[in-house]
Design a protein around this ligand. Structure first.
Ligand SMILES: [Fe+2]
Ligand SMILES: [Fe+2]
Length: 142
């Protein structure tokens, strides 16, 4: 059995975007990802991992749609690239789900779990940072 020792993702106020709905989503996504990582680390059955993954995918879809709508309304100039990044990330997340649907209990590959962790960190703490400066610019009128 593979023992995983992945640290949970830590949320801090430094990651606040300043928009309640987005910050709520990011906080919840961190919680869901940590549950998913914990389920993988604990060697939980596929069903439990799948359930955690389903919840993560559902919120991710909702969140991406919400964020894209907001950025569209705000006239964010790099929306197309951000949207593309969302697509790629979602595809990767779904492909992880595809690996769980084989039926037999899955040997969780530590690289896959590490990838999931990176995925969340990359989205929430990484590329979303791109639009914060734009939304907070002095003439944004917010
Ligand atoms: Fe986001
Ligand atoms: Fe985003």
């Amino acid at each position: 059995m593979i023992l995983l020792t992945l640290e949970p993702i830590v949320w801090t106020p430094a990651h606040l975007v300043g928009i309640e709905a987005i910050d709520d989503d990011h906080r919840k996504l961190v919680l869901l990802f940590n549950e998913l990582l914990a389920a993988c680390s604990a060697g939980a059955g596929n069903r439990i991992i799948e359930k955690a993954l389903d919840a993560t995918v559902a919120l991710t879809r909702e969140h991406f749609a919400r964020e894209e709508h907001l950025l569209e309304t705000a006239g964010y100039p790099r929306l197309a690239a951000h949207r593309q990044e969302h697509r790629v990330l979602l595809k990767q997340l779904l492909s992880f789900g595809g690996q769980l649907t084989g039926g037999a209990p899955m040997n969780i590959d530590p690289n896959v779990v590490g990838f999931l962790r990176e995925w969340a960190v990359r989205h929430i703490f990484g590329h979303d940072g791109d639009y914060i400066a734009f939304l907070r610019r002095p003439d944004a009128g917010a």
